[in-house]
Write a protein that binds this ligand. Structure first.
Ligand SMILES: *Cc1c(COP(=O)(O)O)cnc(C)c1O
Length: 394
């Protein structure tokens, strides 16, 4: 080929310089944004389909960019393997459905993520899977519920109420009774809690939260042993089809690069705001695992999400509307600070879930403390609480 190598726009030159192995020496890996992968020959295609050669064929099964994210997450969670999903709920539902069958019973800590609870109360009930809810802080209650269960589903700290558990002790109880364990680790992330090292079998994440970290991805992941992840990969993953997209995997890889720095910043700022709220006379209580008692064994830090409950004479709608840095919005884990009044989500109107109360005090307010300046966030919150207290006094 007679390419003009002085012309930077000559495509032939690019092809000559292309190095398959290191992808142009790009510091950020390229995205394999493709639905399918072609074969060079009949023989190669046949070898692949017979399982003699492992290579991507179709992105619902295996994609190199998704695989890159899975490998990085497995390393962070000290897992043999991991599997990415289109959402945290896809990871949760596929995992739970892989390891349960009609007639089984799940033991679940109370106050898990509300949509996980709704999954158990709707679809799984229809499939004749029963659920026993337990207070994860009460080891005797947990142990009494375990015999005969197919799965112990954990989350620590729990959603909204922030009940933090001794995850290692609970995992040991489950192991003694031969019960498989899974935990939702979205809140702590592997930076602050590595459940597999505490004896849990499977660790789940909504990667939409801290792993992504920029509020631009909805994704999920499960990590664990090769055998358990292989079981999900062969059953629920391809056939329920909740696969992670290559572009979203690429955004997650981007997010992971700053995860330790972001978590330390969320931790410091949220702890400071939680302490100031606890000292505020309009606040009845603050649910933050870092206030009061020591953190349970295995939890090495705290993140930016916590709740507080205001006095009866504080007008919550006024408080919410008076905030400007804290935006009204669900989800969390991104750079931005967010607020959710419990009363609003308790009133969730549409669909079959409306009757399911997930057991949270109506006067509770959940905050996600983002990466803005702590003092600016506190001024915003303090002024809004003031406005809401004055209004009810007037
Ligand atoms: C958001 C969330 C989920 C669900 O994740 P999606 O990515 O929204 O499906 C699961 N667990 C916890 C703790 C969450 O906050």
């Amino acid at each position: 080929m007679t390419a003009d190598h002085d012309d930077p726009f000559d495509v032939a030159r690019l092809v000559v310089a292309h190095d398959e192995a290191n992808a142009y020496d790009a510091v950020v890996p390229p995205i394999a944004q493709t639905s399918l992968f072609t074969f060079s020959s009949y023989a190669e295609m046949e070898e692949t389909y017979r399982g003699l050669k492992v290579r991507p064929t179709y992105t619902r099964g295996l994609n190199p960019t998704v695989r890159m994210f899975e490998e990085k997450l497995a390393e962070l969670e000290v897992a043999e393997d991991a599997l990415g999903f289109a959402s945290g709920m896809a990871a949760i539902s596929s995992t739970v459905m892989t390891f349960t069958k009609p007639g089984d019973r799940i033991v679940c800590v109370r106050h898990v993520y509300p949509d996980a609870y709704r999954l158990f109360e709707t679809l799984l009930k229809r499939w004749n899977v029963a659920v026993t809810y337990v207070d994860g802080r009460d080891e005797a209650e947990v142990e009494a519920a375990l015999p005969g269960a197919a799965l112990f589903y954990m989350e620590s700290p729990t959603s909204w109420t922030m009940e933090a558990h001794d995850v290692g002790a609970l995992a040991a109880l489950a192991r003694r009774h031969g019960v498989l364990t899974a935990i939702d680790n979205s809140w702590a992330t592997p930076i602050f809690q590595r459940p597999l090292t505490l004896g849990v079998d499977l660790v789940l994440h909504s990667a939409s939260k801290y792993l992504g970290g920029h509020s631009d991805v909805v994704a999920g992941v499960v990590a664990g042993s090769k055998a358990l992840i292989g079981e999900i990969r062969r059953t629920a993953y391809p056939y329920l089809g909740g696969k992670l997209s290559p572009f979203d995997a690429w955004l997650l890889i981007r997010g992971l690069r700053t995860l330790p720095l972001r978590m330390k910043a969320h931790e410091a700022s949220a702890l400071e705001i939680a302490r100031r709220l606890a000292a505020h006379d309009a606040v009845v209580s603050v649910a933050h695992p870092g206030l009061g008692n020591a953190l349970p064994t295995g939890l090495e830090g705290t993140s930016g999400l916590f709740s507080f409950t205001v006095r009866d004479d504080v007008d919550v709608p006024t408080l919410a509307d008076a905030l400007s840095l804290f935006k009204l919005g669900v989800s969390w884990g991104g750079h931005e600070s967010l607020v959710v009044p419990a009363e609003v989500v308790r009133k969730q109107a549409a669909g079959p879930n409306s009757a399911i109360d997930f057991g949270v005090d109506a006067r509770m307010i959940r905050l996600h403390v983002g990466l803005e300046g702590t003092d600016a966030l506190w001024r915003d919150l303090d002024a809004a609480i003031d406005a809401a207290s004055n209004k009810s006094r007037a």
